[in-house]
Design a protein around this ligand. Structure first.
Ligand code: PXP
Length: 243
């Protein structure tokens, strides 16, 4: 069985930084740490509203990456232009709605106008591997195959929300994976995957890449809280001891 690729999404490291518009925590530094500890790739989503990752993050990340960069984007012309200039290994096209908290569903390939296909072709012309973020439905898979992209990423949100009663959602995902593979699409998956619910998805044959962000950043905050407090405790105590 081949090893599944684990791509780490560092968007929410930038979310914490943007809460103060300061320089820490740095998603580029987080990406380097992720790479040093087993990440096969780094995923970032540059949203039109720039709520977390900023353009300068991508400018700094692209040349420093040691694994591969998976650039998530919607079809906004200036962001597509940035992707074409930076030429990440992979671009994952996602839907974006301004009012959403996160990417709440896959791309609507049926209702999508020519802009999506044009963007996918343009990115591919720049040598970028193109993946489409879609719901695990037969219709979406067939439309993605017709667009002749390299890969699809299945939105695992329905599975994650249903967890632990996720049998039906897992079966839907497995069927979509099988159909996609039969149509020669590489298969990725992500969204809402956590330490609790990841195992059945990681065990689906045919899924070659997982994109995971929020749960890992959350775990990192909790795992780091003890040492972080201890370090500050020592600093303030040393200051007092020196009086
Ligand atoms: N894959 C895609 C295409 C996404 O848009 C996101 C969320 O930005 C993820 C994976 C990661 O989702 P999560 O942060 O819930 O792990």
């Amino acid at each position: 069985m081949t090893r599944i690729r684990l791509y780490i999404n560092v968007d929410h490291v930038a979310t914490v930084r943007q809460a103060r518009r300061t320089v820490e925590p740095d998603p580029v530094e987080a990406a380097a740490l992720a790479e040093a500890h087993g990440a096969d790739g780094i995923t970032v989503h540059l949203r039109e509203d720039r709520r977390h990752i900023q353009d300068h993050d991508l400018e700094r990340l692209a040349p420093r990456i040691r694994t591969v960069l998976n650039f998530e984007l919607a079809t906004h012309p200036e962001i597509v232009a940035l992707a074409c200039r930076l030429r990440p290994y992979q671009a994952t096209l996602v839907p974006e709605r301004r009012e959403e908290v996160t990417t709440e569903g896959g791309l609507d390939l049926v209702g999508a106008g020519p802009q999506l296909l044009d963007t996918a072709r343009r990115l591919a012309d720049y040598g970028i591997r193109v993946s489409l973020f879609i719901d695990p439905t037969p219709d979406a898979v067939r439309h993605a195959a017709a667009m002749q992209v390299a890969a699809v990423e299945f939105h695992t949100g329905r599975y994650a929300h249903a967890w632990p009663q996720a049998g039906a959602a897992l079966a839907e995902l497995e069927q979509a994976v099988e159909l996609a593979r039969s149509l020669h699409l590489a298969v990725h998956a992500g969204h809402g995957l956590t330490y609790r619910n990841v195992t059945p998805v990681a065990a689906v044959p045919g899924i070659e890449e997982l994109n995971i962000g929020h749960s890992i950043v959350s775990r990192a905050v909790m795992a780091g809280m003890g040492p972080a407090v201890r370090e500050m405790r020592e600093l303030v105590d040393a200051a007092r001891a020196a009086i």
